[in-house]
Design a protein around this ligand. Structure first.
Ligand SMILES: [Zn+2]
Length: 152
């Protein structure tokens, strides 16, 4: 079908849905318009380094995705934690970085790193309530308290 004929189609058939949906399907970072891949999402977003530093990770540990993956296998650099507690904490961080990104994409809201850290602390504290192992429960509470103190 020639374009001229397409353009004479009654709305809403023209423009086609794919054309109007293009911005939402973009792979651009909502913060800086670079390509948004996994490494950019978790390590390059504006303010995301501040979030990782609050958990005791240094520049080297968040320099690339393979290095961040390696962090799952090391003892936590800050408060003590069993591997399972440490993994719960890392998941809370990633979950809240993801939620920050979505708040920007869907609500145009720029959450500061301090708010993301507060949400991490809140989620970690929440996890402690479901934790049946006394040592792990205490470690989660300690991490939450440590973060609350760091933020304030
Ligand atoms: Zn970006």
């Amino acid at each position: 079908m020639p374009p001229s004929l397409l353009q004479r189609l009654p709305l809403p058939l023209w423009p086609p849905p794919a054309a109007t949906a293009a911005p939402a399907a973009s792979a651009r970072c909502p913060f800086c318009s670079s390509d948004e891949d996994v490494e950019h999402l978790f390590l390059r977003y504006t303010g995301v380094a501040t979030i990782w530093h609050a958990f005791g990770l240094d520049e080297q540990q968040i320099a690339s995705l393979p290095q961040l993956e390696g962090v799952w296998d090391i003892p936590p650099p800050g408060q003590p934690a069993t591997p399972r507690v440490w993994h719960t904490i890392l998941l809370a961080v990633m979950w809240n970085i993801w939620k920050r990104r979505n708040n920007k994409v869907f609500n145009s809201v720029d959450d500061p790193a301090s708010l993301v850290l507060q949400r991490c602390a809140s989620d970690i504290d929440l996890c402690s309530h479901r934790c049946k192992n006394a040592e792990s429960k205490q470690q989660l509470r300690n991490w939450a308290s440590y973060l609350y103190v760091t933020i304030s």
